[in-house]
Design a protein around this ligand. Structure first.
Ligand code: SF4
Length: 252
């Protein structure tokens, strides 16, 4: 376990992280949790918080897993992350891949994110099996949930988003998102406060992705309605199925 960092922000994040974990029964005694670590502020903040003593969550073990997408031939962020994990004596596994360049190859120029996330996720599942983990924790937060809802609605023609807890492979594996109640701004603030290393995303699509489009759109909307993000988030708990078409077959 890392040293306890009793700042006000630390206590606030721990409270909401533990609440999400308990509300969704994300972690049970003896779980082996694979924590997906990209090297960015969000995932390192999650790893950091999961590695500090819990008040109500039962004991569990952790392995941090990094899949380097291969955008940087010098592997400077990979090496920095490796150094940080070693220095803090954190159980970890890292892998260099060519998933990034492959997803941007000529035959897949249209939507590199789809292939990139699919390949990375596939490899994460394989590593979870190799390391005998029954849970995979991702650092997706409240803002990711809001943005994904809009991405799926605007581009995927469906109403869906990331779930705080998702069961896959007939219950053999669970994906959990302990930051489901916490906004991105507080997580970034915490990473800065604790001086966690943060890798810059070197992907050529990172500034033009659908997520960035939605982020910019929400920012614009927030100028007129500062509650817009919270309202979308809360709407997920107020689904009025009676006011949704039950049978769309006749609709054009
Ligand atoms: S922005 Fe880049 S790294 Fe992120 S999912 Fe898309 S292709 Fe992959």
């Amino acid at each position: 376990m890392l040293r306890k960092k009793g700042t006000k922000l630390f206590l606030h994040l721990k409270k909401w992280l533990e609440k999400a974990v308990l509300d969704y029964n994300m972690i049970e005694e003896g779980d082996r949790v694979l924590v997906g670590v990209s090297g960015g502020a969000d995932s390192l903040a999650l790893l950091d918080l999961l590695n500090t003593p819990m008040v109500y969550v039962p004991p569990f073990s952790i392995i941090a897993v990094n899949i380097d997408p291969g955008f940087d031939p010098t592997y400077s962020d990979y090496n920095k992350l490796d150094k940080y994990l070693r220095k803090n004596n954190l159980n970890h596994y890292m892998e260099k891949t060519d998933i990034g360049p492959l997803s941007h190859s000529d035959y897949n120029k249209k939507n590199p994110c789809f292939l990139c996330s699919r390949l990375r996720r596939k490899r994460i599942f394989e590593i979870a099996a190799e390391k005998e983990c029954n849970k995979i924790a991702f650092a997706h937060h409240k803002d990711d949930i809001i943005e994904t809802l809009l991405i799926n609605l605007f581009f995927g023609r469906e109403i869906s988003t990331m779930m705080p807890k998702q069961t896959i492979f007939q219950g053999r594996l669970h994906i959990v998102r302990p930051f489901a109640y916490i906004g991105e701004d507080l997580i970034k603030k915490y990473a800065k406060e604790q001086r966690l290393p943060s890798a810059r995303n070197k992907c050529p699509t990172s500034n033009t992705s659908r997520r960035i489009y939605i982020k910019k759109l929400l920012k614009k909307m927030e100028r007129d309605n500062k509650d817009v993000r919270n309202n979308i988030y809360k709407a997920l708990r107020h689904i009025k199925s009676d006011y949704l078409p039950q049978d769309m077959r006749d609709m054009k």
